[in-house]
Write a protein that binds this ligand. Structure first.
Ligand SMILES: Cc1ncc(COP(=O)(O)O)c(C=O)c1O
Length: 433
């Protein structure tokens, strides 16, 4: 592909450390589509990695941000509250997965919020260690890279990383090196036994502040945690006075068909980390826990120049309102069924033999392959050539479906058609058919 002049400049002057799916320069976004500087229109099944859940430039969110820009853009939170921040807290509190979660801290990015969660967990329990899941992704900053277990890439060569982090088993067949048809009950039993062993052999409960996990592994393969596993972790945390923290940065704000993925399991978390979808594209993140837990932090120990920015908070409030006004979760349920049906139909075709696993909730769906050679990366490029953005995920051979939650029936049908064509093309090119 020949690069536009702007793309060439970007490739020269932005570090190659970023890495990217495409070399396009995006100049406009509307709903489920992005337009490039060369006028190409792409169907977006990535949502900016789970951020623009209401589609690109949702009119109500854009309006709220524009209006706020003319009123007040920055009122630093260690100096005073800002209006939209308070209004946002009023909108957020009722949608939290448990009424005990009533005290917030707002920040900018997911990684920063994860780091804040670690500090609160350590300070409120007086214990240093954190347990994360194998296959987890919590960010690329120095501390969160230490807690990320999906790929070594994020922490490789930049250590020493933050100490006091231990990894527990996660009941996903590939992650546990077990056959695809291993019953979920077996995966859960073995994983929970290993967590208990971890607490006997590697990090004593009295030294362990929290178990931190994504209720759906994101960069680790789009794998939902089975409810029995989450219930087992809750029990272990209760037994040992440890906090159960869920990182809903990617799975939150309707992505899985409920406002938060943990709701599928009906398990109470002690703390929730959120970001991405909260403001539909404006940088905002946060954590929430009980007042007693959060207020373990002394005044002044939390804050940040742009934390809880007024424009981002106004956008977030409009985002939450749009979820209600436009019955977005109903759309997620309908499109989920169609996506499953489409993928099932594909599995019934000759090329479908390459699909090993289809999994997920709502519009957070993973598809894993069993090709003689890995094909996920070639598949995403074949989709790109056909006008669609789709991301791979994890150290395993998998792709992830993460369309805007507002995606229409027609757009999804078009996406499934492109996926089928691309899969057939890759299968032929790789000699898999
Ligand atoms: C589950 C999870 N946690 C944390 C992060 C880090 O968020 P950010 O990139 O905003 O720092 C991500 C980002 O993809 C994520 O998916």
């Amino acid at each position: 592909m020949t690069l536009s002049a702007a793309a060439q400049y970007g490739a020269q002057h932005l570090t190659r450390g970023i890495g990217r799916l495409s070399q396009h320069v995006f100049v406009e976004g509307r709903g489920s589509y992005l337009t490039t500087d060369t006028g190409k229109r792409l169907l977006d099944m990535t949502s900016g990695i789970g951020v623009v859940n209401l589609g690109h430039c949702h009119p109500a969110v854009t309006r709220a941000a524009q209006e706020q820009c003319g009123k007040l853009t920055h009122a630093q939170l260690n100096i005073g509250f800002n209006g939209p921040q308070i209004e946002l807290l009023r909108a957020l509190q009722p949608i939290m997965p448990d009424p005990s979660l009533d005290t917030f801290f707002l920040w900018n990015s997911g990684s920063e919020a994860v780091e804040a969660a670690v500090k609160v967990a350590r300070r409120s329990t007086g214990r240093p260690n954190i347990i994360v899941a194998q296959g987890s992704y919590h960010g690329r900053t120095a501390a969160t890279a230490a807690m990320t277990r999906s790929k070594t890439l994020y922490g490789e060569g930049v250590g020493p990383l933050m100490p006091g982090v231990f990894s527990m088993a996660f009941p996903y067949y590939s992650q546990m090196c077990m056959p695809h048809d291993t019953p979920t009950d077996t995966l859960v039993d073995v994983a929970l036994q290993r967590v208990r062993l971890l607490l006997q052999q590697e990090t004593a409960p009295r030294d362990t502040a929290a178990i931190l996990l994504e209720p759906v592994l994101g960069e680790g393969g789009y794998v939902p945690a089975p409810p029995a596993y989450l219930a087992g972790l809750r029990e272990i945390c209760d037994e040992h006075g440890m906090l159960l923290i869920v990182d809903e940065v990617q799975s939150g704000f309707g992505r899985t068909g409920k406002m938060f993925a943990i709701e599928h399991a009906g398990v109470r978390p002690d703390m929730v980390v959120f970001a991405k979808g909260i403001a539909n594209g404006y940088p905002l993140s946060g954590i929430v826990a009980s007042k007693a837990t959060m207020d373990a932090m002394p005044p002044g120990s939390m804050g940040g120049t742009y934390a809880g920015n007024a424009v981002a908070c106004a956008a977030a409030q409009a985002t939450i309102q749009a979820f209600r006004d436009e019955r977005v979760l109903d759309n997620v349920a309908a499109r989920h069924t169609e996506l499953l049906e489409g993928l099932d139909a594909l599995r019934a075709m000759p090329v479908g033999a390459l699909i090993e696993d289809v999994r997920g909730h709502g519009l957070m769906m993973g598809v894993q392959f069993r090709a003689p050679r890995p094909i996920a990366s070639a598949l995403t490029q074949a989709c790109l050539e056909r006008g669609m953005l789709l991301l791979s995920t994890s150290a395993f051979d998998a792709v992830r479906w993460i369309p805007p939650l507002t995606v229409s029936r027609e757009e999804l049908a078009q996406a499934l058609g492109i996926f089928k064509d691309a899969l057939e093309a890759v299968a032929h090119a790789e000699g898999c058919l």
